[in-house]
Design a protein around this ligand. Sequence first.
Ligand SMILES: *Cc1c(COP(=O)(O)O)cnc(C)c1O
Ligand code: SF4
Length: 447
Amino acid sequence: MSKILQFHRRREEYVDLFSETHRFKVYTERHLDQIAQIQRLPEEQRFAMHVVAKVLPFRVNQYVIDELIDWTNIPEDPIFQLTFPQSGMLEKSDFDHMAALVKSGASNTEIKQLVKTIRDKLNPHPAGQNNLNVPMLNNEKLPGIQHKYRETVLFFPSQGQTCHSYCTFCFRWAQFIGDKELRISSKETSQLHQYLRRHKDVSDLLMTGGDPMVMKTKYLKNYLEPLLEKDFEHIQNIRIGTKAISFWPQRFVSDEDADELLELFTKLVKAGKHVAIMTHFNHWREMETPMAVEAIHRLRATGAVLRSQSPLIKNINDNPDVWGKMWRIQTRLGIIPYYMFIERDTGAKHYFEVPLARAWEIYHEAIKQVSGLSRTVRGPSMSATPGKVEIQGITEIAGEKVFVCRFIQGRNPDWVQRPFFAKFDKNATWLHDLKPAFGKEKFFFEE
Ligand SMILES: *Cc1c(COP(=O)(O)O)cnc(C)c1O
Ligand code: SF4
């Protein structure tokens, strides 16, 4: 796959060029033995992967295995950590318990029971996703829609509730384990359109998942093309959250309906909408393959604007040089750095979390390395129940060491951009660990 490609080829040419890599082949828990054998992973590791994959969803594809993971650097390789289960992802006691069950040849029922117990401990729905943000239409709940911030409606199209590969740290992991109750999604195109029609203060529609780019173009069209009608003039920005440039860039290059997808974006842009592709890269390595570079070129050629948002994750990218390089590459490729997030309080958090103080240091060390064009990135920020809270810095005021914080987004729009102070705590990893500074009882947004 090392051929230098030109801009603006037709899809058919890519299919020829990449004939060996354009077929989507996916692997799940039952393929772990096969992968371990091919990559010569030690027996102990193979077993540990099985144990963890009982609890946390695992899915990977041929592109990730062949093009992204460096198999000579296992287990440290960041893309291996990003996609493959690791023993440390379960608490030691849970891991040992599950390992013993699996070894003893326990029944499926027994294993399932333990799986459920462990999952329930992993806070499957952080930030009140299931109950706080679900809106109503004609006295009916709309389970596929979340409306938390006035300007932006999140939509979870039912065909987009999976991903081309799963991130081990995923905060939406609960959606992938097949538990209907935990899933947030919607079948209803008409519900979405009705809702948007009635909410003229909404300017942004954010299609999310899973990954909406697993959807066939024809479904995406059903949702998006009607937005060109006069009724939807207020919907100015159409955002699409996706990790497909990392996990399956073929989606924009050689997939059967890749051209049709790009034509859809072009049409929306020409009609005056801002199409914002919210990309998700955890490491610069994901932007190094010719296929990924080509996907980015093709997307930009539609007139869509690419931005990047990504969490800071221990064992994957908790290093300022990785972020600095990532932002430089993104800026060169025409992707605007947008958010650095703090890993949410869910799933295997203990394995991935980085203290807020360290997160700010990494952000600061990284942003020092880049030019002003990359300093559009905000963070590190927590997407928590009251809103998106950014750690702006660590300083001393009147003899007290504090975190300087502000809301980037707030459940109440009036909170946005208001600075506030939290007592410095070197171990705090999330908003709920923070206490108000200067002996105050409550933060202003708790009053
Ligand atoms: C982040 C987020 C948005 C978008 O926020 P912006 O700051 O406009 O990018 C919208 N809804 C929810 C629930 C979010 O978490
Ligand atoms: S791409 Fe996003 S939704 Fe999909 S597994 Fe990764 S973090 Fe989760």
